[in-house]
Design a protein around this ligand. Structure first.
Ligand code: IMP
Length: 179
């Protein structure tokens, strides 16, 4: 197994800053709650919030998906729930990558029952060719081909989250990366 650079750190930083400015403009005067989905989105979320020029709070959702990395089952367990109510709050869910869309679609259904004022999605990456459940990504970093991506928070078997850039795993297919 080897890794090959895909998107460099300065390109990521520029796109993340653009998304943060868009969010700032869209939520002026609103009470915003940023909800990163652990673990994969923690680096993206940490960079994004630093360029959102609004009062906001951050609360985390921990999830575990069943099924291997190549084939999400869509059965998602919430392992760490939000620590505060999101009722009447404007919520942005932050994902590392939307692959089949099954995880986000489950989380959207779950969070909607908590009656937020609004619920939107920001995802660093999207693999459109893998879609099984179409989801609207309101703030998207980059669309990628059907490749396994690591770095900038994304892992293969818990490794590579600390790479400052995005890379593609080549060679042997990964046996079960996780959130
Ligand atoms: P989905 O339910 O198929 O959309 O998968 C969502 C989760 O699968 C993501 O939040 C990631 O944790 C994981 N995942 C899917 N593709 C990749 C990848 O290319 N690299 C790392 N993790 C991935």
């Amino acid at each position: 197994m080897a890794i090959k650079p895909l998107i460099d750190a300065s390109t990521i930083a520029q796109r993340v800053t653009e998304l943060a400015h868009e969010i700032t403009n869209d939520y002026l005067g609103k009470e915003l709650v940023i909800v990163p989905v652990l673990k994969g989105s923690y680096v993206f979320a940490a960079d994004l919030v630093r360029y959102i020029e609004l009062d906001l709070s951050v609360d985390f959702l921990g999830v575990r998906s069943y099924g291997d990395a190549q084939d999400s089952s869509g059965v998602v367990q919430i392992t760490t729930d939000l620590s505060h109510s999101i009722e009447d709050k404007h919520v942005i869910l932050i994902e590392d990558i939307v692959d089949t869309g099954l995880t986000v679609s489950y989380l959207f259904k779950n969070l909607s029952t908590r009656r937020p004022a609004s619920l939107k999605l920001a995802s660093l990456l999207h693999k459109p060719s893998r879609t099984r459940e179409a989801v609207k990504i309101d703030y998207l970093g980059f669309a990628v081909e059907d490749v396994f991506v690591v770095g900038y928070g994304l892992d293969h078997a818990q490794k590579f989250r600390n790479l400052p850039y995005l890379a593609v795993v080549t060679g042997e297919l990964p046996p079960g990366a996780s959130q």
